[in-house]
Structures are given as C-alpha cells and as structure tokens.
Design a protein around this ligand. Structure first.
Ligand SMILES: Nc1ncnc2c1ncn2[C@@H]1O[C@H](COP(=O)(O)OP(=O)(O)OP(=O)(O)O)[C@@H](O)[C@H]1O
Ligand SMILES: [Mg+2]
Length: 286
C-alpha cells in the first residue's frame, strides 16, 4: 500500500522564507542541505522508497556534466545518430573568452548558458553571441554551445520509468542570428521559447522538420540514459540538425520536468508508482 508521497521541491528562485512549509521546516530546523536531508531520512526510514538518488539529480544541475552521458553513449544505429553540440566551459574572466573560443575551434554563433541550471529564473537566461567581439560581454560561469540549425522545432522527450512520451515544441528559428545581426551585432537574449504553452503539433510545418525522432532510437537512448544517469524521472530536449534527416542532438536534460504538459500524465504516473510498489512487494516476498 502507498502511504504517502513526498515530492521534495525547493524552488531556487524564491528565498527560503517563501518556500512551502515542509522545506522551510526542514531547512530551518536541521540547517542542512536538501541532499543530506533526504539521505538522513532514507537511513532512518528504510521502508521509504526514494524515487531518484539526490546525487544523480544534482549531477544534472551542472551543464558541464549534464550531457556527458549522451556524449559517452555516442549512439548511432540504422535509425539515426544522437550526439551533443560541441561546447566549452568558461568558469571566469570574460575577457579570456574570445581567445578560448578561437583555440577550441567552436564555430559562431554560440549559445551561452549559465553553468548551473537550478530552476531559478537567472539560471535559464540564455544568450546568443554572433560575433567574436560580443563574446567578452558574456557573464561567466557559463557553457558556450555551438548553435545547431534545426528548423525551429524541438522535441521534448518525457521519461517516467520505462514510459516515453514525445511532444513537439517551437524552438529558436534558424534565422534568428541573421535577423538579430541585421538589427545590432552583439549579444541577443534568448526568450524561454520552449516553455511556452503552445505546442507545435498543429502548426503547418515542413514534414522533414516536424517528424518525430524514430521510436526505436528514443527507446534505446532512454534505456541507456536511465542506467547511466541513475534516474527514472527526467526529460530530454532534442533537436534534429536541419537537412541531416537523422542526426539528433540532445541540448538539455531536466530532472522532474513540468509533467503537467505531458499528455496522459495522470495514468502514466499512477502506473509508474503502482509498478514500483508491486516490485517492492515481490522483492520482499521472495
Ligand atoms: N545548441 C543549441 N542549438 C540550437 N538551439 C539551442 C541550443 N541550445 C539551446 N537552444 C535553444 O534554446 C532553448 C533553451 O535551451 P536549453 O533547453 O538548453 O535551456 P534551458 O535553460 O533549460 O531552457 P528551458 O528551461 O526553456 O528548456 C532551447 O529550447 C532551444 O530553442
Ligand atoms: Mg530546456
């Protein structure tokens, strides 16, 4: 029987005083970091199932390491290839960026992403740098990623245990660089396009852009990443390189994404939790 489910979520964009009562009590009374709180709770309550280990969740908060598992996997089969954009980490000193970019061989335009992605608004403020001079206007610590042309469509792949759901979303258009360059050279602040409620499902899109990634490819990718990341509840943002047909890039991985936007989430989640409990009981009775 499921007695209760606690999803411990700390909203990093708000001060602790504005958090829900559970988090505040935990923090204020114990004065500990959230990971330690869960670890301690797990030790003293062995009957409780922790859905995903705190350290594995923490790993996804750093964009330097977030996509490493996908790069290591280097997935390529008859259905397509999955990689990650080439990227460079800049920890400090904005004036060193132009040189570092030249040495790395990265090709402009570059997407600049804050190094830490912790759910706060600031950590999701992205910029596009079009020219060498504008690079020193960026604010480290950050990750610089090559912009991959992808036809303005992104695939959000939701993973809940062994279930996968894919939805199409609008993304940055390929000509954003040309358009912004004609207005003013420099740094363009990227709006949070993929969070917009609008789905791209009904839009009149070029079928070569809109076609979902092949199911067998996604299944293989999800299975491998579940194991490599050690997580069950996450999503992948995937784009298809424009004109490549079957070359995909994972550009972002989020832990416990907004599942409310995943079609059929009520049933999927209920089944996931019930399977978990049944699995636990089976183990106990063996
Ligand atoms: N390497 C890239 N090439 C092309 N477009 C990119 C690239 N990286 C990011 N983008 C665009 O920027 C958007 C946001 O990037 P990303 O998902 O990495 O950041 P985020 O902070 O997690 O944003 P969000 O929370 O909106 O997903 C993507 O949805 C996509 O439109
Ligand atoms: Mg994203």
């Amino acid at each position: 029987m499921i007695k209760g489910i606690f999803f411990v979520a700390i909203d990093q964009s708000k001060p602790l005083s504005d958090q829900g009562p559970f988090d505040v009590v935990m923090h204020k009374l114990l004065g500990k970091e959230w990971r330690q709180i869960i670890e301690d709770y797990r030790q003293t309550h062995p009957e409780v199932t922790v859905l995903d280990p705190p350290d594995a969740i923490q790993h996804l908060r750093n964009r330097q390491f977030m996509l490493q598992a996908v790069a290591d996997l280097n997935l390529s089969d008859s259905y397509g290839k999955v990689g990650v954009p080439r990227q460079l980490v800049i920890k400090k000193d904005a004036s060193s960026i132009p040189d570092a970019v030249t040495k790395s061989g990265l090709i402009l335009p570059l997407v600049a992403k804050p190094l830490i992605a912790d759910g706060s608004a600031k950590s999701h403020e992205l910029s596009l740098a079009f020219d060498q001079n504008s690079l020193q206007k960026l604010e480290p610590p950050l990750v610089l990623q090559e912009f991959v042309n992808h036809g303005g469509v992104l695939f959000k792949v939701y993973i809940v245990g062994e279930t996968i759901k894919v939805v199409r979303r609008f993304s940055l258009p390929d000509d954003v660089c040309k358009r912004e360059l004609s207005k003013n050279a420099g740094v363009y602040h990227v709006p949070r396009v993929s969070c917009a409620a609008a789905s791209a499902d009904d839009a009149n899109l070029d079928p070569r852009v809109a076609e979902l990634p092949p199911r067998p490819l996604l299944e293989k990718l999800a299975k491998e990443l579940r194991n490599r990341l050690g997580l069950r509840l996450f999503n992948l943002d995937i784009i298809r390189e424009h004109g490549s047909g079957d070359h995909f890039y994972v550009i972002d991985i989020n832990y416990f994404p907004g599942y409310g936007k995943m079609p059929g989430y009520e049933h999927i989640f209920t089944d996931f939790l019930l399977n978990l409990v049944q699995g636990k009981y089976k183990k106990r009775s063996c």
